[in-house]
Design a protein around this ligand. Structure first.
Ligand code: HEC
Length: 397
């Protein structure tokens, strides 16, 4: 078995595990936020119980109650929710290392943006994740964190600043994945450093016969609500890695800002609905506005018509593609670390180049996602020549 196939298998299994753990984590996060919102008080209930909810699922009825601080006695068996979060992060970080840090020249570094060395690029990546958590945690504990709206605005501005920063240091794709990793790390940091430790103190107090501090539960609740609102943009960022037009534009940081706003509004609609109140219908059209703007921003990044370029001969295109693309995109790639034509795209014969013209245009001209990390040093003139050839009809003449 070729070495490349083995590493692909490892990567696939790590990715699979990451996604499954993420589904379990997001699922329980959505579930508990919805459950919490739907709890209704009732005079018949114990005084320490915040409310009760009835649910039907899997052929039976559930009667759920929430003790806001804690019951007097702990049951022998208590289910904790933490490994969904931890394993999502652990496998996500492994994937980041496998795809980006072990192969930074391909996916993480774009020498046209910043000529980083591989070690420096990985170092910046890891340090930025740690710094992101520290800044966020300080913010929540400061006077800013005492008001939810104020915290949301400041947090949003800082996230957009981080996106702007990343897109000016890494390749578009590397920048996007780091925003996802940054927000994901903040979310798992909330579980690891705040929610679980606070709950552990409450349990210890109960066992020792002390009255637990309600502030511990309140802080855990605040962080779990943050996690709930941050879920949607993280999933978008992970998926957008497969859509070069999202990260391939000069305005990619603004695309992220738009996605954050839209996600917040949609999440808010659901969270209101779960309380049993009628959510504001206008939240949906309001969420569509930033998404349309995001789409417009990706169009603005498109090159204009190459009117003055003159007629581009196919021979010239063939030479560019042979020099800048075919080292990877061939039946037998010669580029180190690429064992088979990426995504099955082969650009090694005239017929194949012509057949793939729209994809060549999309990847090498519009999104500038190819050549990966511009490892083959394509020039701006060559990109313009590819653009003009495509716009003139992509002929084989
Ligand atoms: C260093 C190797 C390398 C070079 C050079 C390179 N590519 Fe790629 N290309 C890749 C890899 C790896 C992928 C798969 C990316 C992914 O997994 O999203 C890819 C994907 C693609 C795709 C498919 C994108 C999709 O998502 O459907 C196209 C089209 C493409 N490249 C075109 C080009 C063109 C045109 C050039 C030259 C201007 C080029 N590539 C140069 C490695 C390379």
């Amino acid at each position: 078995m070729p070495w490349g196939m083995l590493t692909d298998w490892v990567e696939l299994i790590v990715r699979w595990t990451h996604v499954i753990a993420g589904i379990a984590w997001i699922g329980s996060s959505f579930y508990f936020i919805a459950l919490d919102a739907s709890l209704k008080p009732h005079p018949r209930l114990d005084k320490r119980v915040k409310g009760e909810a009835w649910q039907v699922h899997g052929g039976g009825f559930y009667q759920l109650q929430k003790f806001t601080v804690a019951p007097d006695d702990l049951p022998d068996e208590l289910t904790w929710f933490k490994w969904e979060a931890y394993s999502t992060w652990i496998f996500g970080f492994l994937l980041l290392v496998l795809v980006y840090y072990l192969n930074p020249t391909l996916y993480l570094i774009d020498r046209d943006i910043m000529p980083l060395t591989p070690a420096l690029a990985a170092g910046i990546g890891v340090m930025s994740l740690a710094a992101g958590w520290l800044v966020y945690d300080r913010l929540c504990k400061s006077w800013i964190g005492r008001n939810t709206a104020r915290l949301a605005v400041v947090g949003f501005v800082l996230l957009v600043a981080a996106a702007f920063g990343y897109t000016h240091v890494f390749s578009g794709r590397g920048a996007f994945v780091h925003i996802g990793a940054l927000v994901g790390s903040i979310m798992v940091g909330n579980v690891f450093f705040i929610i679980i430790p606070n709950q552990t103190i409450v349990v210890r107090d109960l066992l020792a016969g002390r009255t637990p501090d309600p502030a511990l539960g309140a802080e855990a609740k605040q962080r779990s609500v943050h996690n709930n609102y941050l879920t949607l943009p993280v999933v978008f960022v992970m998926l957008s890695n497969h859509y070069a037009f999202t990260y391939g534009t000069r305005w990619s940081w603004a695309v992220l800002a738009a996605v954050f706003i839209a996600s917040f509004l949609v999440r808010h609609w659901f969270n209101t609905k779960h309380t049993g109140r009628k959510p504001d219908w206008w939240l949906w059209p309001a969420a569509a506005v930033p998404m349309v703007l995001a789409a417009v921003l990706t169009f603005i990044g498109q090159p204009g018509a190459m009117a003055g370029a003159g007629v581009v001969k196919f021979a010239q295109v063939q030479q560019i593609v042979a020099q800048r693309c075919a080292v990877c995109h061939a039946a037998k790639p010669s580029f180190d670390g690429i064992d088979e034509a990426p995504k099955g795209v082969m650009l090694d014969t005239p017929e194949r180049i012509v057949a793939q013209a729209p994809r060549i245009y999309a990847q090498a001209v519009v999104a500038k996602a190819m050549p990966l990390g511009n490892v083959t040093n394509i020039t701006e003139d060559e990109r313009n020549a590819l653009a003009a050839w495509f716009q003139q009809g992509a002929s084989a003449q």
